[in-house]
Design a protein around this ligand. Structure first.
Ligand SMILES: *Cc1c(COP(=O)(O)O)cnc(C)c1O
Length: 399
C-alpha cells in the first residue's frame, strides 16, 4: 500500500488530503483495498456513485457503447444524444437540456445562460447582470465559482475574480427578497448545502424562494448536483417542497460513477437564449456519456433506489440519533444524505473517520467537525445495522 501512496506524494499536486486507503475494486456498496480489506463506502464519491460501484447494467451500457462509437463532437449528431434529451426531460419535467461534463461546467454554463437571458429578455443594461448566491455555498472550483465562495481557502491566492455576484445568508427568504434588484438575473442555491456540512434550510424556504423569484421575474436555479438523483429520497430535492425550479443542475450520479456527465435542465426560456456558437464543449453530450447517463437514470428508477433512499435514510437517521455520545452535537439529514456534527471539543471529524476506516467504514469529514454518511442508494437494512454497530463503537469510545 505504501508504494502507491509514495507515488502520489512524489508526483501529484497536493490539492487533496485523502484517507490512506488505496482502493482497487468496488461492487455495490463495498470497496476493497490493495491488501484485500473490505470497506463499506459511506461517501459514494460525493454522491456520484448513488447506483453503487460498477453497477452491471451501467458497465454493460458503457462497454457496448464503447465498442460502437464514443465521440462525435457536436459538429455532427449522434444516435444517443436525442434519446438522452428525451428521457431526462420526461423524467424531470423539463423543456430543454444542455449536457456538459462536470458539475462546475454546468454551473458556469447556467451563469452564462441567465446573464444572456437577463440582457435579452429582461432588459438588464449591458454588463450589469447580478446573480444572487448564498453564504457557505459550494458550486465547484473554477475561478468564477470560487470568486463567489465565502470559504476563505477556496479563494485565497486565486484572484482577481469575476464580478456580478451578491451573497446572502442561506435559508433566509427575506434576505433574498431584499437583495433583488432590476438587474438580478438569477438566484443560485443548493436545496441542502452539502459541502457546508449537510445544512438543511428551514421548512418552506424553497417554496418562499420560488414565490419571490416568480414575483420578481428572477430565474430560480437549483444546484442539485449533489442532492439530485435520489440522494435525499426524491428524484430532485425540490420535490420535498413541491416546487419546480426554472433551472436544475445535475451531475455526479448522472454518471453512475462511470463516465462524467452533467446537465442543465431548464423549465423556462433560459436555455433558449443560446445560439449556435454561444457555448460548447468538445466532450459535452458525447455518445458514450449519453449511453451511460441513460442507463444510470433507468437503473435509479427500475431498481427503486429513490424509494430505498427515503426508507433506509429514515432508518439510518433515526438509529444515528439514538446513539448516546458526548461527542455528538447534532444528527441531521434527508434520505441517505446525513451529517453528524461533532462538538468542537471532540477534536475534529478526521480522527473519527480514520477510526471508522480501521473498522471497515469509509466516510469523509466535511469541514472540520461534520461526518457525512452517504452510502450508495442500494444499501440495505442489514448493511446499515452492520455499520451502525461500528459507528456507535467509534462515537461512544475514546477513538
Ligand atoms: C460536486 C458539486 C459541484 C461541482 O461538481 P464537479 O463535478 O466536482 O465540478 C457543484 N455543486 C455541488 C452542489 C456539488 O456538490
Amino acid at each position: 500500500m505504501r508504494q502507491y501512496i509514495e507515488l502520489e506524494e512524489r508526483y501529484g499536486a497536493k490539492n487533496y488530503k485523502p484517507l490512506d486507503v488505496v482502493l482497487e475494486r468496488g461492487e455495490g456498496i463495498w470497496v476493497w483495498d490493495v491488501e484485500g480489506r473490505k470497506y463499506m463506502d459511506c461517501l459514494s464519491s460525493y454522491s456520484a456513485v448513488n447506483q453503487g460501484h460498477c453497477h452491471p447494467r451501467i458497465v454493460e451500457a458503457l462497454t457496448q457503447q464503447a465498442r460502437r462509437i464514443t465521440l462525435t463532437s457536436r459538429a455532427f449528431r449522434n444516435d444517443q444524444l436525442g434519446l438522452f434529451y428525451q428521457e431526462i426531460c420526461t423524467l424531470t419535467n423539463s423543456h430543454m437540456v444542455l449536457p456538459m461534463n462536470s458539475g462546475a461546467e454546468a454551473v458556469e454554463t447556467v451563469i452564462k445562460a441567465v446573464r444572456k437571458w437577463g440582457y435579452r429578455e429582461k432588459g438588464v443594461p449591458s454588463d450589469k447582470a447580478q446573480v444572487i448566491v448564498c453564504a457557505n455555498n459550494f458550486h465547484g472550483r473554477t475561478i468564477t465559482i470560487v470568486g463567489f465562495s465565502t470559504e476563505k481557502q477556496y479563494r485565497d491566492g486565486f484572484g482577481p475574480f469575476t464580478p456580478g455576484f451578491v451573497v446572502i445568508p442561506f435559508g433566509d427568504a427575506d434576505a433574498l427578497e431584499r437583495s433583488i434588484t432590476p438587474n438580478t438575473v438569477g438566484f443560485l442555491v443548493e436545496p441542502i448545502q452539502g459541502e457546508a456540512g449537510i445544512i438543511i434550510p428551514p421548512v418552506g424556504y424553497l417554496k418562499s424562494a420560488r414565490e419571490i423569484c416568480s414575483k420578481n421575474n428572477v430565474p430560480l436555479i437549483l444546484d442539485e448536483i449533489q442532492t439530485g438523483l435520489g440522494r435525499t429520497g426524491r428524484l430532485l430535492a425540490e420535490m420535498h417542497e413541491g416546487i419546480e425550479a426554472d433551472v436544475s443542475l445535475v451531475g455526479k450520479a448522472l454518471s453512475g460513477g462511470l463516465y462524467p456527465i452533467s446537465a442543465i435542465l431548464s423549465n423556462k426560456d433560459v436555455l433558449g437564449v443560446f445560439m449556435p456558437g454561444d457555448h460548447g464543449s468538445t466532450f459535452g453530450g458525447n455518445p458514450l456519456a449519453c449511453a451511460v447517463a441513460r442507463t444510470a437514470l433507468k437503473v435509479l428508477i427500475d431498481e427503486k433506489m429513490i424509494e430505498n433512499s427515503e426508507k433506509m435514510g429514515r432508518y439510518f437517521l433515526d438509529a444515528l440519533k439514538r446513539i448516546k455520545s458526548p461527542h455528538v452535537r447534532e444528527v441531521r439529514g434527508r434520505g441517505l444524505f446525513i451529517g453528524v456534527e461533532l462538538e468542537a471539543v471532540a477534536g475534529g471529524a478526521r480522527k473519527f473517520c480514520e477510526a471508522l476506516m480501521s473498522r471497515g467504514i469509509l466516510c469523509k469529514e466535511t469541514h472540520e467537525n461534520v461526518i457525512r454518511f452517504a452510502p450508495p442508494l442500494i444499501v440495505e437494512k442489514q448493511d446499515l445495522d452492520w455499520a451502525l454497530e461500528r459507528i456507535e463503537n467509534v462515537l461512544t469510545g475514546s477513538v
